[in-house]
Design a binder for this molecule. Structure first.
Ligand code: PLP
Length: 366
């Protein structure tokens, strides 16, 4: 322990990313591996994104334009708001971090559902927050009643991941709307919509409308999943201008890179809807995979994301390890205290078929 390091840093845990393809090839002596452990988009890069990024390389010696007006304008206008409602970051992870930095003071309480994206806990802890965890419902959903009951005079932020990672569930949109409308004035909700494009738009709360009406809500989105830009690192938040302005003051001056920005602008301007085309394929495959996995004996949670959350009678870690030997990376959910669950990303159709074949082999060997 280094005396001089901020004490709260020792309370944090390292983010555990999914295993990488090259690491698994090496460790298991394989020549090819299918990576379905990190919810990446297997159809990336979409042609329109690739071309824009290649063109941008000529300007790599120049700092990106500080205010990122071009991308902010498109995002703001698409939401029926303005560029002044937008804050960008190198991935939603960075956006979450800047929001935590902007809001949390030592001793503030933050509420985090028990089984959700792990980053919320650490970015809050480092700011000196007291973490209050709330139980999930028995059907793997975020329990908004439990969250509401956990609010105190010291609550500052509430993290709601919708659809939720790793359980793939959504909250009821009307319940969420009422929940936000009845928040005490000192409490803010950070709504992480990393997977929102993979569910039915009719099922999700209208966050923008709540923001327009002045409720304490911050919407966070990413280009990593639906748009296939995980390596380009672009995410954003939408909120009232007073919050967005402070967000942009607190964040480091150049927290997006030229190449990622060029890709993001290109895909938002893409009138051939390439992202939507691939997402539809993934959603169709998702339903086929769910049925097949059920026929193999898995309990499959209805998914609103680009991944499936599977319950098995075996240890999830065991299944994941056996799949690794066959060159398929999935994510066991023991880290979320779901020892019998596995999370598997929807890949391209070829990968999905191979995954199904391999997991059938694994089950036959168990
Ligand atoms: C993947 C993910 C993110 C952010 O990803 P970035 O690559 O940092 O944009 C944020 N929240 C959840 C729930 C995610 O699964």
């Amino acid at each position: 322990m280094v005396e001089s390091i901020r004490k709260s840093a020792y309370g944090c845990t390292k983010y555990i990313p999914g295993k990488s393809t090259s690491q698994v090839c090496q460790d298991y002596n394989l020549s090819s591996v299918i990576k379905l452990g990190s919810n990446e988009n297997s159809y990336a890069p979409f042609p329109v994104i690739k071309q824009a990024m290649l063109d941008e390389i000529d300007r790599i010696g120049i700092y990106p334009e500080k205010k990122y007006v071009v991308l902010k304008q498109i995002i703001g206008e698409n939401a029926g708001l303005t560029e002044h409602h937008v804050g960008l970051g190198h991935g939603a992870g960075n956006v979450l971090d800047v929001v935590a930095k902007t809001f949390i003071e030592d001793g503030d309480e933050v509420i985090i559902p028990e089984k959700t994206y792990s980053l919320y806990t650490d970015i809050s802890k480092i700011m000196g927050a007291k973490i209050v965890k709330t139980a999930m419902t028995s059907d793997y959903k975020i329990d908004l009643t439990a969250v509401k009951n956990a609010i105190t005079d010291r609550t500052k932020l509430i993290y709601i991941c919708n659809p939720n990672n790793p359980t793939s569930t959504i909250v009821d949109k009307n319940e969420f709307t009422v929940f936000v409308q009845n928040l005490p004035k000192h409490v803010w909700v950070l709504l992480d919509e990393a997977y929102i494009e993979f569910t039915d738009a009719d099922l999700v709360p209208d966050a923008i409308s709540l923001i327009k009406q002045g409720y304490n809500l911050i919407q966070v989105r990413t280009f990593s999943k639906y748009y296939g830009l995980a390596g380009g690192r672009v995410g954003y938040m939408l909120a009232d201008t007073s919050v967005a302005d402070m967000y942009n003051t607190v964040s480091e001056p150049f927290n997006c890179n030229r190449i990622g920005l060029a890709g993001a602008v290109a895909i938002l301007n893409d009138d051939t809807n390439q992202a939507d085309f691939y997402a539809k394929k993934m959603m169709a495959d998702r339903e086929i995979m769910a049925k097949k996995l059920e026929s193999f004996g898995f309990e499959v949670t209805k998914s609103h994301t680009n991944f499936l959350f599977l319950k098995t009678k075996y240890q999830g870690a065991d299944i994941a390890e056996k799949l690794l030997h066959k060159g398929v990376i999935v994510r066991p959910c023991g880290g979320w205290s779901y020892p019998n669950h596995v999370r598997v990303s929807i890949g391209n159709t070829q990968e999905n078929l191979e995954f199904l074949a391999k997991i059938e082999e694994v089950l036959n060997d168990m």
